[in-house]
Design a protein around this ligand. Structure first.
Ligand code: ADP
Ligand code: MG
Length: 337
């Protein structure tokens, strides 16, 4: 059983229609009608020691920031802004007090940066390792919410920034390569302290230009497949247009790993992926510029259901590969599927 099948099983048993629940399991956030044309958005994400982070590599202050950012990323992916946050914290009985203080300071600093605040949570002992789970609430206008399900064949597929940096950065950290080098810094920083593109998500939603949006937590191949599944479409990605490839190729000279694989399947970049009509590219670029970002067009929404990649080969030839759901899955190794 893989992660998708587990969620599917829960979803099938989660109860029938409720007219106030506009979106339940299946998008970046749940969306609940508040009346008066406003909706409430809710999302939760967990970071577990040994799965998502290694305390020997991850400064506690940055980990505190990261658990906020990864959650707010989902709020931004619907076009909303974060309002309040709940934290559930499991700490081993012998936890380091200094570690905790730095973690807490990072977390509350990040909340301030994103304009939201911690309003509750739970604190428990954990027999093994640290785990932290955050729930974020946001609010917005009902008719501005951007779902995963709105993509249309012919839409241009955009990403808000480089792909694969977090995966490459983690590899560099693990192997102790590039720690003080300029070329490696953006890669390592992306793993330790990713930024949620929440301002861009909000402005894109307000612009009314985008048809569908998702944040990239499990890698392009899987997250684009989620978007396509919800939209009942396929997608074609132009591999040579993936932003950040040249820096990944540089990293690939120092640590083992396939730069293309990092870009296509590496998780945790927390860039936004969105689709819009091919006619509004100038407007999309202008919204990006207002947010100090440079969105890049990487492909096209198609009919069908497959996510395909046109991959340039070393000899100048290209090959087309099916990458549907080839990103990160917490349980794939167990089932082999
Ligand atoms: P994301 O990567 O955006 O956080 P996920 O891939 O983790 O989204 O989850 C996909 C969808 O499944 C989301 O709508 C999420 O709320 C839902 N989901 C995931 N795990 C569970 C669970 N254990 N119970 C109920 N819903 C879940
Ligand atoms: Mg998401």
């Amino acid at each position: 059983v893989n992660e998708r099948q587990i969620i599917q099983y829960l979803s099938e048993r989660a109860g029938g229609a409720d007219s106030r629940i506009l979106q339940s399991i299946g998008d970046d956030c749940a969306v609940i009608d508040q009346g008066g044309g406003r909706v409430l958005l809710l999302t939760m994400d967990t970071l577990i020691e040994g799965v998502h982070f290694d305390c020997a590599l991850h400064p506690p202050r940055l980990l505190g920031r990261k658990v906020v950012s990864v959650n707010i990323s989902d709020i931004g992916a619907m076009g909303s802004r974060p309002h309040a946050l709940l934290l559930s914290l499991g700490l081993p009985p012998s936890f380091d007090e200094q570690w905790f203080r730095c973690f807490a300071d990072g977390l509350t600093d990040a909340c301030r940066d994103y304009g939201c605040r911690l309003i509750g949570g739970d604190t428990v002992a954990s027999p093994q390792g640290i785990n932290c789970s955050v729930t974020v609430l946001g609010e917005m206008e009902m008719d501005r919410v951007v779902y995963r399900s709105g993509a249309q064949p012919g839409d241009t597929i955009w990403v808000s920034g480089p792909l694969g940096f977090a995966a490459a950065g983690l590899e560099l950290l693990r192997l102790g390569v590039g720690q003080d080098e300029d070329w490696a810094a953006p890669l390592i920083r992306r793993h330790l302290d990713p930024m949620a593109r929440v301002e861009l998500g909000g402005q894109l939603a307000e612009s009314g230009l985008v048809h569908a949006m998702i944040d990239l937590s499990d890698g392009l191949a899987t997250d684009l497949a989620h978007l396509c599944h919800q939209s009942k479409t396929g997608a074609l990605i132009r591999g040579h247009d993936l932003p950040g490839l040249s820096r990944l190729i540089e990293a690939g000279r120092y640590v083992p790993g396939d730069p293309f694989q990092w870009a296509v399947a590496g998780g945790e970049d927390f860039e936004l992926l969105f689709t819009a009509a091919a006619t509004v590219s100038e407007e999309i670029l202008a919204v990006g510029q207002r947010c100090n970002l440079e969105p890049v067009a990487i492909g096209t929404i198609t009919t069908g259901s497959a996510v395909r990649l046109v991959q340039p080969l070393a000899d100048g030839a290209v090959r087309e590969v099916d990458i549907t759901y080839q990103g990160y899955d917490h349980f794939r190794d167990k089932s082999g599927s």
